[in-house]
Design a protein around this ligand. Sequence first.
Ligand code: FAD
Length: 458
Amino acid sequence: MAMMNGAQYLASLQDGRRIFAEGEEIKVLAEHPQFAKSLRLVAEGYDAHYQPGADASGPYFKIPRSKEQLKELLTELMEWDMVTVTTSQGLLALLTAAARMREDLPEYAERIERYFAYCQENDLRCVQAITDAKGDRKFSPGKQSDEDSYTHIVERREDGIVIRGAKLHISSAAVSHELVVMPTKAMKEGEEQYAVACAIPVNAPGVKIVNTSYAPRERIEDFPASSEHNMPEGFIILDDVFVPNERIFLAGETKHSPTFAHALGLWERLGGTAHMAEFGDTLVGLAQLIAEANGTEKIVHIKEKIAEMVIYSTLVRSGLEAAIANAAPSPEGWYFPSELYTNAAKHYAASEYGLMTRHLHDIGGGSIVTAPSIADLENEEVGPAIRKYMSGKDGIDGEYRLRLFHAIRDFTADAYGGWQLVTMIQSGGGLYAQRIVARKHYDMENAKALGRKLAGLA
Ligand SMILES: Cc1cc2nc3c(=O)[nH]c(=O)nc-3n(C[C@H](O)[C@H](O)[C@H](O)COP(=O)(O)OP(=O)(O)OC[C@H]3O[C@@H](n4cnc5c(N)ncnc54)[C@H](O)[C@@H]3O)c2cc1C
């Protein structure tokens, strides 16, 4: 086995997979405008990492064995395309689950390790398919009127299981090779059929993926962020999909259902926080640049808002540093970030992100959403007037300011910006999920002891 280059990756997707978008089935992904850019990004990632030789493998298959390696991984992660990031996070989450259940279920832990090696040897890309349709949220899986609301086992055979259900919002599924399926949450006694984790090839019979994307269909000059960074989001239908034994990692053992959800949450939230630290700095940069272009950079309330944004991105970065500084090894010597700091940092970063974009919009002004397009600027008749009236303080050219407004709109205010706002909150599980985990790992006894001491209680 060997690594794939970009062309081999593109060819590997012609495997009979069933992909849908905007009402139609798509036979050749590379020819469809909604997927072309995403495919190019992933193919470029393959080309960038490609090394010849049977033993070569990508850095995204490295398992961190020290805090330093964990830190390096996070730095590398920021350079990779989304699919490579989900591959690394998803497989590390699987290994985390393996480490945590090895004592109870050693056969599953070994299968996970063999699966990891299989993906590494074949240079495959994997996505994390955890979020179920969930039906009526007030009822648990076993109490839903439609038993398919949560992915479940419908048949057990000697050679494997058959599963049915749906996994929603699965980033990049259509352009990957493997779906790493995990239970969305803890399952209770009586809900054994829902405690299922496994790996399914995207082209397995019974898998259909319906896609959405914020990828702009208009001129890319006006969409500097979203035209360069887009991936399809997949609504995955699992219609009686057969999973052979060697690809099953949990099949009824309810005790370890949350093991998977927590393991995936940990790695997704760590990666999400790393991205939010970078996005925080980007928001600061945009705010400072547009304030300077508008001539407002010395006004007190503008400086205060930018200072708040600086504190935000610095604290998000500190949370990330603390998650790594407090990382601990598993018995296998694999390093996992701190649950407490990862979840607290992700919660803070996500919940305050909306306020940071509000500051940016407040500082920037209405042209964020009303600035004429770059094409209008190029129009012989109205272009010169647009350049003239879009110029801000002396020395700031109209086009410079226009481009800043388009960057702010695209990054924070319309399709991609809206996607970011929702994604910050929901990806890696909603804020509620981070509150549960942070509370679980916090040293409450120490806090209570401090409270008692202050109150003079023994
Ligand atoms: C862009 C994007 C990419 C994503 N990528 C992936 C991915 O690659 N893989 C993946 O598996 N998932 C992915 N997700 C899914 C994400 O994890 C979910 O959106 C999130 O867990 C919330 O689930 P939901 O969207 O079904 O909303 P809901 O479950 O309906 O939740 C909505 C709100 O209600 C609250 N809530 C719901 N039920 C309860 C309850 N019983 N008790 C208390 N509060 C409750 C939630 O906390 C939340 O605040 C992605 C989401 C987005 C937006």
